[in-house]
Design a protein around this ligand. Structure first.
Ligand code: AMP
Length: 417
């Protein structure tokens, strides 16, 4: 037997139903917020991720799926969605109208060679939004609240937004200097990854999962003490906006995010009961320029769909997600079966959820299946009535049964479901 690759999964059963429900909710939400869908390739030139996610990031150094294609080009399966979206915005010169924001969302599979565990796969799905062409914290607040409200409306209410400011370039430069100086005498006590990060990207040491409880990290200089006036004002404005929008937020100065392109305001959506990070994002005002576009400020976030499914599985009423059937059409002989599929098509084209007997089942078995499907009405075809142009309909709740003229059956069902 050939089995699925390690770290991947088949989406099926209840998970597939929850996934469909989430996507439905996303479509509604994005229409209300007036964001447009964008779909970019699953693989891109490897260079794209080196120049955006960052040469020193864990993702690029340890986790990408890289391959050389048959034309000798270095390709990478996308580990995240932002870089591809930015590449597309630049390549398609979407910034034609300088006054408008470009508001986009995506939803697709990502690939990271990570150690698989619950909520961590090698192939996973992210929904994300990206807004270009506004540097106003009001857009940070719109984007943050969009994600928060979406999680709430899906049924995840125990979530808080952990926010932080990484500051502008000047802030990060000054803070990194102070951090490196502070860490220097302790460097040998840090984990191997942090020793590497010390040289390549010291800020990432702040959110190390291995060293996080050590005295060394507990006493690091505070990033907030180094914020420039402009960054500090921007962060203050964001906090005020979030409070006015009734967003449950908290400040967490250890959040630095795993991707190198972020600056200024960053955040994560974290569940309050079990502390699971469902997603995160931030500003990335220089990425468009770094990828060959104009100076175009931007902000965005991504949510992990698998973690949302895991969370909802414990609380959602699965019965509500099942397609409860409006009509089950019962048939036994060939003539009845022929009429069944014709009637089913008519009903389905009129938005009536309809199921038919698709095997040679006895009437008794068909009654049982109709009950399991919670069918509201049973249409019980029999040749004698069909020859007279009549159809039997039974209300499965009241058990009342009536005969209806064949030509009126669709209208009758539409009037009674
Ligand atoms: P990131 O792009 O690393 O900021 O991740 C954003 C969100 O995507 C995380 O909070 C997770 O919900 C989800 N995510 C990231 N990596 C994985 C993974 N390997 N497996 C499942 N979900 C993931």
């Amino acid at each position: 037997m050939i089995t699925k690759p390690k770290g991947t999964y088949d989406l099926l059963g209840i998970d597939a139903k929850i996934y469909t429900y989430i996507n439905h909710e996303i479509e509604n939400f994005m229409a209300n917020y007036n964001y447009d869908l964008i779909r970019t390739p699953i693989f891109e030139a490897s260079e794209l991720y080196h120049r955006s996610v960052g040469e020193s990031s864990d993702i690029v150094t340890k986790e990408t799926y890289d391959f050389v294609d048959r034309g000798n080009r270095c390709m990478t399966l996308r580990p995240e969605g932002t870089a591809g979206v930015v590449r597309s915005v630049v390549e398609n010169k979407m910034y034609g109208n300088k006054n408008d924001c470009i508001k986009l969302y995506y939803n697709g599979t990502m690939y990271r060679y990570e150690r698989p565990q619950s909520g961590r796969n090698r192939e996973f799905t992210q929904f994300g939004v990206e807004v270009f062409n506004s540097n106003d914290p009001i857009i940070d607040a719109e984007v943050i609240s969009l994600g928060y409200n979406l999680l709430n409306s899906l049924g995840i209410e125990n979530v808080t937004v952990a926010i932080n400011s990484l500051g502008d370039k000047e802030t990060r430069h000054n803070y990194t200097e102070a951090l490196v100086k502070y860490l220097e005498p302790h460097i040998n006590s840090l984990c191997d990854d942090c020793q590497r990060r010390y040289k390549s990207n010291p800020l990432r040491i702040l959110d190390c999962k291995v060293d996080k409880d050590s005295e060394i990290l507990k006493n690091v200089p505070k990033l907030s003490d180094y914020l420039s006036k402009a960054s500090s004002e921007r962060f203050t404005k964001l906090k005020m906006l979030l409070a006015n929008l009734d967003i449950d937020y908290e400040i967490n100065d250890k959040i630095v995010r795993g991707l190198d392109y972020y600056d200024e305001n960053v955040w994560e959506y974290v569940t309050t009961d079990d502390g699971i990070t469902l997603g995160g994002g931030g500003r990335y005002n220089f990425l468009v320029e770094n990828l060959g576009g104009p100076n175009l400020p931007a902000v965005g976030f991504a949510l992990g769909i698998e973690r949302i499914i895991l969370n909802l599985k414990n609380k959602i009423d699965i019965d509500n997600l099942n397609n409860n059937i409006d009509v089950y059409i019962m048939s036994v002989n060939e003539e009845e079966k022929m009429q069944a599929i014709i009637l089913a098509q008519n009903l389905r084209l009129n938005n009536v959820i309809t199921e038919i007997n698709s095997n040679n089942l006895s009437l008794k078995s068909q009654f049982k299946i109709a009950d399991n499907l919670k069918a509201k009405f049973l249409v019980i075809l029999n040749s004698d009535d069909l020859n007279k142009g009549l159809i039997n309909v039974k209300d499965n709740a009241t058990k009342e049964e009536i005969k209806i003229d064949e030509s009126e059956i669709v209208d009758w069902i539409l009037g009674n479901i």
